[in-house]
Design a protein around this ligand. Structure first.
Ligand code: NAD
Length: 427
């Protein structure tokens, strides 16, 4: 199926063969493979109304509800039919705002026949188990990033296998893949602006320990009808209830990974897409808790990772949560470099500068479109046509593999390698 307005090429990306051989005039590049998937059980016509259910309506889930409501207001044939959250007060707010049925458990939502697609925005460790439940219940899935928890490499393989077996449409929430801005860089590289690329350096810099993003709304909240601790734990170790773990889960390794899994999906995916990267051959990582040793925090506030790809490309990503001072990302090739100004990663950037090896640098304007809305539109288009979304589960698996390798390298103080024959991470 040809790329269309609703399902544009993922990015203009450099083909693997040409990437290795590379010439400045290389004409071989390809957009996202958009092969048609087999029809779903309950086929939706072009104008059939899609019933949407939300699993997890905290910060991100609520903002997705807002996006879908706006799409409804602009005439998209959608209806928010069900919401689910393990915390009663949030569930009730979402149900009141949407008029949708409220389910305290995601399995009850999945049993609702009016739900065609689900948006999963629960804590990271629940994404894959809930997505597997959803596709096995015949639903299509918009699954937030990171695709899974850093312990779930094998589960991510199962997610890929099951999505294919059941012919479901899955969009992973790397909305940067729906930002037209990044396409421009792919085109520049394709046209030979910097020759063959060997090195990419980027980072994410913020100030804040995540406490400000993970407030505890009720310090006295206890497990019971309004707080489902067991559902929150999922397949995580069965530890006694702790209000900080439930609400400020980003601080704890059982449920999150810190900058690597929370922030790097945004920074990393444009390059995975642009160069069609699959599995890194080798990953090293460093960092630690260098400032915020409060709250019983377990995840690092400083994290650096270097990934080597078989295409002879190194990707170096750095992050600190202690200072937001920015450094411009740089893509370096043998004929020049591209730097990126004022990027918001998931949205886009203000401009790029091409620095040829000889001659004057050239500034090219960028853009910062509303990529989350575009990502939803792409997902819904694919639900109807059964095409592959721009951030499909296979793409998510490649990103997830790199993130798992980095976390395992960091936590074990080892070099993580990838055995491509067995598709295994080797430490
Ligand atoms: N793509 C993006 O730009 C973006 C931005 C922010 C967050 N996210 C992702 O969205 C996810 C949620 O992040 P957040 O900031 O909204 O966190 P949050 O804590 O605000 O929201 C998570 C919600 O899930 C609920 N929950 C917990 N266990 C559940 C269960 N078993 N079933 C249903 N609901 C359950 C919690 O009660 C909470 O309301 C994370 O994985 C995060 O990485 C993505």
């Amino acid at each position: 199926m040809m790329p269309s307005k609703e399902n544009p090429p993922r990015f203009t990306r450099v083909s693997r063969r040409k990437f290795i051989a590379s010439t400045a005039t290389s004409a071989a590049f390809f957009g996202a493979a958009s092969s048609v998937l087999i029809s779903r059980n309950n086929v939706l016509g072009a104008n059939g109304r899609i019933g949407v259910g939300f699993i997890g309506v905290g910060g991100r889930g609520s903002s997705h509800v807002g996006v879908v409501k706006k799409l409804i207001d602009t005439g998209q044939p959608l209806q928010i039919v069900a919401v689910n959250d393990a915390y009663g007060p949030r569930l009730r707010v979402a149900a009141e705002k949407t008029g949708a049925r409220a389910y305290p458990h995601h399995k009850a939502l999945l049993a609702d026949r009016d739900v065609d697609v689900v948006c999963i925005a629960s804590p990271d460790r629940l994404h894959i188990p809930q997505a597997l439940d959803a596709i096995r219940a015949g639903k299509d899935v918009y699954c937030e990033k990171p695709m899974g928890h850093w312990t779930q490499f094998q589960a991510s393989q199962e997610f890929l296998r099951e999505t294919r077996r059941l012919s479901r449409v899955v969009q992973i929430g790397n909305q940067g893949n729906s930002s037209s801005a990044w396409t421009k860089i792919g085109e520049l590289i394709q046209k030979g602006a910097v020759g063959r690329v060997q090195h990419i350096q980027a980072g994410y810099y913020r100030s804040g320990d995540w406490g400000e993003r993970m407030p505890i709304p009720d310090a006295n909240a206890k497990p019971g009808p309004d707080l489902d601790w067991e559902a929150f734990l999922g397949d995580a170790p069965k530890v006694p209830y702790d209000v900080r773990r439930f609400f400020s889960w980003r601080m704890f390794l059982d449920y999150a990974g810190g900058p690597c899994t929370d922030l790097f999906p945004h920074v990393f995916t444009p390059f995975v897409s642009m160069f069609g990267l699959k599995f890194p051959s080798l990953v090293v990582a460093s960092g630690g808790i260098f400032k915020y040793d409060n709250y019983g925090r377990e995840v690092p506030d400083t994290f650096n990772m270097c990934l080597d790809y078989p295409e002879k490309l190194s990707v170096v990503l750095v992050c600190t949560l202690t200072n937001q001072f920015n450094a411009e990302p740089a893509i370096r090739g043998d004929e020049g470099a591209i730097t990126i100004q004022n990027t918001s990663w998931e949205g886009g950037f203000d401009s790029v500068t091409v620095h040829p090896r000889k001659g004057t640098p050239k500034v090219i304007p960028g853009e910062k479109p509303d990529s989350t809305t575009a990502h939803w539109k792409n997902f819904l288009h694919c639900v109807r046509t059964r095409e592959k979304p721009v951030s499909d589960v296979e793409f998510g698996y490649h990103v997830q593999t790199a993130l798992c390798m980095a976390m395992l390298a960091f936590l074990n103080k080892k070099v993580a390698q990838f055995d491509g024959t067995k598709e295994e991470i080797v430490l």
